[in-house]
Each structure stands twice: as C-alpha cells, then as structure tokens.
Design a protein around this ligand. Structure first.
Ligand code: RIB
Length: 318
C-alpha cells in the first residue's frame, strides 16, 4: 500500500495489517510528588511494574483497537518477558515474531510520574539493543504480509534503517515515531519514511530549529517535508497536534481537555491509533482527530499498556 493510497481518504483501502518493529520493556513506575532535581532524594509512596516499551505499547494499542497487528522485537528469557507476552496476548497482538534471546535481559524502564502526570524515563535497553538487521531478515515474510510498518528509536539505528529500507523496497507504508530522538539521524532514513510523528522537542532536535513558537514549528515541520516525508505530525501535548501534510495541507488540531494522571505512552498510543486509521484508508486529518482522542484517554489512566482503550471506549469519548 502506498502512502498516497493509505491517506487519501477515498475509502478504497480495506483494513490492513500492521507490523510494529521495536522495543519491549517492563516499566518500573514510581509515583512522585515532583520530579527530583540533581542531587535530590525524594520518597515515593507507590511503585508498579507495568508492561511498556515504545514498540510494544504501539502494538498493544493497535491490538486493543482491533487491528491485525504483529510485534517484531527482542526480549530476554526471563519473567519480565513473560509479563510482556501476557499483556500483548491479551491485546490480541501476534507475538510469534518476538525473539527470545537466551543470554540477554528484557529491557527495563525506570519511570517517575509526578503529580501533574508528567514523566521522566530512563531505559536500560537489554535485549532491545541486540535486535539486528539479520533478525529483521529472518522475519521478512511477515513484512511481506503487512501493509504498514511502525518504527521507533529504542532499537539500534542500523536496524531501524534496515527495516525501513526493506519495508520501502516492498512498497509498505512506513510510520516513524522518532523517540527517543537520536543524537544523529541518518539522512538515508528520510527516504524511507512516509509519515513521521515527533513531539516538539524531537522536531527541534531533528531539524535544529527552535520549535517553541508557532513560526518555528511551521518552519521545522516544513523542513521535514522538504526532506521527502509526505506527512509530518508534531504532537504538542496539551496543545494538540500540528500537521503539515502533502495530502491535506497545514492544520492544527487542538487537544481534548482532560485531567492528566499519567502521560506515559500518550505518544505511542497516538502513533498506533493514527496507523489504525490510515491502514483503513482514512485521511490524515481523520486519523489525527481519532489519535488525539485515543491519547487523551490514555493520559487519564495509569501506566503504558494498562492504559490502552478498546475501540468502543474511543467512540464513546468522541
Ligand atoms: O513511551 C513510553 C515508553 O517509553 C515506556 O513504556 C517505557 O518503556 C519507554 O520505552
């Protein structure tokens, strides 16, 4: 499926299959009153162990929405991996492409969530860091069978590039969530990406343009467009999403007003919901409106994969 076909909204595309290639973590989530500063010790009253990882969160969100979705990534042979399998199985995700690496540990993320719902995350990559281009090649048959590939940046950059290159060669739509933003972003990758969804900080890092003003944001999104990406969506948290689209032009969709409890996985759920709509042939604006609603629900709930809504919940909210 080409991007044009996927996003033109002419209703010709049937619902397709999504492949998520990326990270799987177990999140150690610590509630804090405020985010500690350097040298500060604070006391927390609660800690939870919740399945997460940007890739697995996207797969989980897509699964709960009812998409045909497979997850390709790497875990260790440990109890954290079993937690992840249970969570993705529950969401209806095809987990048969998750590689269990005997000598590695499953990725872990340490997350503080403050009273405003804002988080700070430190990831210990573990098995995620070993997902190689060769691992992708072993699973090329699943790439053949999908319509859309979702990628993020918690696996090695060479693997992201290879996966995107192979996906493009096979005519798939590639959606990139460039999180966490890498120190250097290979120019080659822009060639393979159809849709990019950075947040404001990531957009500034990718373009070198200060995105704190509307003008800066406009320039930076346009800069990503001129690098060859057809659909640029910059998520702005409580300010919604800014879109520079080859198919729908420029727009700014405001966020839904909600009381945020925990913003973890808001971006992951947005990307998955966007893909869910695009793979059905909806246009980028319809997809972004829907994704906005999904991430609004997610921030009202605690944790990553524990927050993902099913489709009926999203429609009830719209
Ligand atoms: O985007 C949120 C995710 O980032 C968390 O689930 C954590 O595992 C890190 O990957």
């Amino acid at each position: 499926m080409s991007t044009e076909k996927a996003v033109n909204g002419n209703g010709k595309c049937k619902s397709g299959k999504i492949l998520v290639i990326g990270s799987l973590n177990v999140d150690m989530v610590v509630d804090v009153d405020h985010t500690p500063v350097v040298g500060e010790t604070i006391i927390s009253t609660d800690m939870d162990m919740i399945p997460g990882g940007k890739g697995a969160n996207q797969a989980c969100a897509a699964g709960y929405l009812g998409t045909d979705v497979s997850m390709l990534g790497a875990v260790g042979d440990d109890s954290y991996a079993r937690l992840q399998f249970m969570s993705l199985d529950k969401a209806g995700v095809d987990t048969s492409r998750i590689i269990v690496k005997k000598d590695e540990k499953t990725g872990v993320a340490f997350i503080t969530v403050n009273r405003d719902g804002d988080n700070c995350i430190v990831v210990v990559s573990g098995a995620n860091a070993t997902l190689s281009p060769q691992d992708i090649d072993v699973h090329l048959d699943i790439l053949d069978r999908c319509d859309m590939v979702l990628l993020q940046m918690e696996i090695p950059m060479e693997t992201v590039c290879h996966a995107a290159r192979m996906a493009k060669m096979k005519g798939k739509t590639v959606i990139l969530d460039p999180a966490p933003a890498p120190a250097s972003f290979p120019e080659e990758l822009y060639e393979y990406v159809d849709v990019i969804k950075p947040n404001r900080t990531e957009t500034a890092m990718l373009t070198g343009i200060d995105c704190r003003t509307e003008e800066g944001l406009r320039k930076a999104a346009n800069c990503l467009r001129t690098r060859g990406i057809r659909e640029v969506l910059v998520t702005l948290g409580s300010e919604g999403v800014y879109i520079d689209s080859a198919t729908c032009g420029i727009s700014h969709i405001p966020a839904r007003r909600v009381q945020a409890l925990d913003t973890t996985a808001a971006g992951d759920s947005f990307t998955a919901a966007l893909a869910f709509m695009l793979v059905q042939g909806k246009n980028i604006l319809e997809a972004a409106e829907f994704a906005n609603t999904v991430s609004a629900i997610v921030v009202t709930r605690k944790g990553a994969q524990t927050s993902m809504p099913v489709l009926d919940e999203v429609y009830a909210y719209m």
